[in-house]
Design a protein around this ligand. Structure first.
Ligand SMILES: [Zn+2]
Length: 219
């Protein structure tokens, strides 16, 4: 637990550094130009016991308007101690990491969204796996299989036996530069909170699973 080093890799090979909190699972702006490794000497004169960003924080403006969508830069973020790597967007205008600020976004996206192709072959992100897409489009193609709701969504369903294991959650922002991904969908997902729409009610309620648990509690 605590604060760890996050390394941000830019397409030209440049590395920047930031703080990552494993308490709230988030990377923090601003970015730093340098890193002090374990065993090195910190600017304070103390020995460095955990890799950490050092140097003058790079200029950043949280209130600067977001750069045009085509100018956002796809970066790879890795944080210690587990070296989890995911892709995120960097805004050159504000000098800030826009997000996702944690690799956990992959699971959240997988639990609530699917990709659906439109007539031009573009993949859109659709909440609860149905149109309209996050960008407002109405794709009518097949669901592409990202959607894998968590156990909670199954609670209302008639489910016996163990819950299915989630497949690995893909890093959708890694596809930012793919020609068939809808960038407005990804960016809107990142910037705007989810609309308050619940999944469709399931036909069988309460579930046998729930009934069993309730009986166990009452027994
Ligand atoms: Zn879209």
């Amino acid at each position: 637990m605590g604060t760890w080093l996050a390394t941000i890799r830019f397409p030209d090979g440049t590395e920047r550094y930031a703080h990552y909190s494993t308490v709230v699972e988030s990377t923090y702006n601003p970015l730093y130009p340098e890193v002090c490794r374990i065993g090195g000497i910190l600017p304070s004169g103390d020995e460095c016991h955990r890799d950490e960003p050092v140097g003058e924080p790079l200029p950043y403006d949280r209130d600067a308007p977001l750069s045009p969508i085509g100018e956002l830069v796809l970066v790879a973020v890795a944080h210690q101690p587990d070296d989890d790597v995911w892709h995120a967007l960097y805004c050159p205008g504000g000098g800030r990491l826009v997000g996702p600020l944690s690799g956990h976004y992959r699971y959240r996206m997988q639990e609530e969204y699917d990709l659906i192709r439109d007539g031009d072959g573009v993949r859109h992100l659709c909440h609860w796996a149905r149109p309209p897409a996050v960008c407002g489009a109405e794709p009518a193609g097949e669901r592409l299989g990202l959607y894998f709701p968590s156990v909670g969504v199954y609670w209302g369903a008639e489910t016996d036996g163990p819950y299915p294991e989630s497949p690995p959650a893909p890093d959708m922002f890694a596809e930012w530069n793919a020609p068939d991904i809808c960038r407005p969908c990804l960016l809107t997902w990142l910037l705007e909170p989810d609309p308050a729409v619940a999944p469709e009610p399931q036909p069988e309620q309460p579930s046998t699973w729930w009934t069993r648990v309730k009986r166990a509690w009452q027994g």
